[in-house]
Design a protein around this ligand. Sequence first.
Ligand code: PEP
Ligand code: MN
Length: 265
Amino acid sequence: MFENLNLSLKPPGRETSHFLGKDFLIIAGPCSIESEEQIFEAAALVARAGGDMLRGGAFKPRTSPYSFQGLGLPGLKLLKEAGDAYGLPTITEVMDTRDLEAVERSADIIQIGARNMQNFALLKEAGKIRKPVLLKRGLCATLEEWLCSAEYILSGGNSRVILCERGIRSFDTYLRNSFDIGGISALKELTGLPVIADPSHACGRKTLITPLSMSAVMGGCDGIMIEMHPHPEAALSDAGQALTPGELKIAIHKIRQTVSFRNTL
Ligand code: PEP
Ligand code: MN
């Protein structure tokens, strides 16, 4: 296994400039950018809660074509303005090679989502850019398939790849996905790439986000990405997993406490 991957993935110690100078990166923000008011309010709350970076989708991969699809290019502009206003770097998803240039211009980290983990045309283009790329694990991807996708970006010349575990599909129906903490630990053994955990999409339930985050920290992850919303009941996507501003503050506090504890071990 993994014999077809080249040495660019092997540890130890890749450079971590793609981590924006942070030892442990906490990203938070809404699932989707919905309006100027919403994303500015979210940015203020993320900054106040102690987050390092603002997330928000302008191009949304939705299961149903009738669900909210994101604001597109105007959303990108709003995300950058909101991040700048509160001193937060930003991350947003690109779904289409045609939008890559615009996304690269406006965000600090480019996200490739679970549904596009094997969009090889997109991966090849992401290998040509200079911004860090956060590559989410595909819905049913094995670790090897995921690392092969990372390899497309790395071998294309972009060494700044971040892996993001967001749960994989299983037979259970209570949780949105199964969170693979074993996979996080394995990736830290197998590669020198930073690994971020996304407990929001992994479990789909806001009450479980803090315990899953803390478990992921102990499993060895390098950062956490959490969905929040200034008014979760009004969220246009993923409302059930969006933390309130107060919940986000507590979650970030507990995550940082767990990181401090891990550092003592
Ligand atoms: C997201 O982060 O907004 C998202 C759509 O996640 P995923 O690709 O993991 O489903
Ligand atoms: Mn979401």
